[in-house]
Design a protein around this ligand. Structure first.
Ligand SMILES: [Zn+2]
Length: 166
């Protein structure tokens, strides 16, 4: 078994559509909606220190998925002040280790940073289930989207187990 789309084939390719330039402002950008992270509209942090906060998602299918945000409102890696940029590797390693310790049957921890929705630095950590080789590589977020969601309480309780292992 190898990485596989979570859809029956054949899939039909489609055109990407017209480009929208300039792009609409993201959350937390001038002209856009307020930043959800700065305005506290996200899930409550299950873990934090003086630089970072760690949150469970809502409406997800993978218990143990979490996202890490900077306390400071900056956009991407290139905007992080140097001490934060340096510290990211340390804290990302701690999150990864905590996930591998606190969750059962995780083969690998995937990290994703898109930045297309909001302009506040945050990185997703997704646990790739042990043995689920169809979900290797770029397929995991697609499988995450297609698999049935679990209750938000389950996502929160898995995130709290990770927090306890930090
Ligand atoms: Zn913000």
């Amino acid at each position: 078994m190898t990485m596989t789309l979570p859809y029956q084939e054949p899939l039909v390719p489609r055109e990407p559509g017209e480009r929208q330039i300039p792009e609409p402002p993201r959350r937390g950008e001038p002209g856009g909606p307020p930043c959800g992270i700065c305005s506290g509209k996200t899930t409550k942090a299950v873990w934090s220190d003086d630089k970072w906060t760690l949150h469970p998602p809502v409406g997800g299918s993978l218990p143990g998925a979490v996202w890490l945000a900077s306390r400071e409102h900056v956009d991407s890696f290139s905007d992080l002040p140097e001490p934060l940029a340096v510290d990211f590797g340390r804290v990302a390693g701690r999150v990864e280790k905590a996930m591998l310790t606190a969750l059962d049957d995780v083969a690998r921890v995937h990290l994703y940073r898109w930045g297309d929705g909001g302009s506040h630095f945050h990185v997703w950590f997704l646990p790739r289930p042990l043995g689920m080789l169809v979900a290797t590589g770029m397929m995991l977020p697609l499988w995450e989207d297609v698999l049935p969601n679990v209750p938000d309480e389950e996502l929160e309780s898995a995130a709290k187990r990770i927090a306890a292992a930090m």
